[in-house]
Design a binder for this molecule. Structure first.
Ligand SMILES: CC(C)(COP(=O)(O)OP(=O)(O)OC[C@H]1O[C@@H](n2cnc3c(N)ncnc32)[C@H](O)[C@@H]1OP(=O)(O)O)[C@@H](O)C(=O)NCCC(=O)NCCS
Length: 168
């Protein structure tokens, strides 16, 4: 199935599909449809969707470049439909987005218990042959997020080089 997917930048019409995947994951924070539409409109160049047959969205990445770190792509969410998980789609989405945007660094916050996410980002770092670090101090504390057990640590990957992008 993965071979027939179309990887492309999202548009506001994809917002509902992205939100459905977030909700179905039972792991991701589910934001409003308006929020996904806004990201698809204003941050299109740092987001990516995978479109399957009949236009259904089966995976997405939402990210942006923090204003004070324009060399860094910060990924807020990666979501893959349950039926497509474990087949390399999350990794392919991130690689496609990195090759499109070509940032120097990739960052994401990850809950220490989310092994799938840790492995996903580590695998992307290995793909490009760059290092990744996982902060010891929380990036957001449970108190920040209003849920005591939801600590998020920062994974920082890179530096990437244009040579690395061209050879991968
Ligand atoms: C995390 C997620 C996006 C991964 O997408 P995916 O398409 O299933 O992952 P891939 O098949 O591309 O696998 C990428 C790597 O992660 C590993 N991985 C994927 N799912 C895993 C799991 N459940 N447990 C452990 N490792 C896992 C794979 O083994 C692979 O590693 P490798 O390249 O060293 O073999 C997907 O599981 C998901 O949508 N989960 C719910 C939402 C979430 O947690 N998002 C991440 C936080 S933003």
């Amino acid at each position: 199935m993965n071979d027939q997917l179309l990887f492309r930048q999202p548009n506001s019409g994809d917002a509902k599909g992205m939100r459905v995947l977030a909700r179905e994951s039972q792991v991701l924070s589910v934001n409003s449809t308006y929020f996904y539409a806004l990201m698809a409109r204003h941050f299109q160049a740092t987001c990516m969707v995978a479109e399957g047959g009949e236009g259904a969205i089966c995976g997405y990445v939402v990210g942006y470049c923090p204003p004070e770190q324009p060399d860094t792509l910060f990924v807020w969410q990666v979501g893959v439909a349950k039926s497509c998980q474990g087949a390399g789609l999350g990794k392919r989405l991130l690689i496609a987005l990195l090759q499109q945007k070509q940032p120097d660094f990739l960052e994401a916050t990850i809950a220490p218990g989310n092994q799938a996410s840790i492995n996903l980002f580590s695998s992307v770092a290995r793909h490009f042959g760059v290092s990744n670090t996982f902060s010891e101090e929380p990036f957001f504390s449970g108190e920040d997020l209003g849920v005591e057990q939801e600590v998020e640590h920062l994974m920082r990957i890179g530096p990437f080089s244009s040579q690395g992008y061209n050879s991968n």
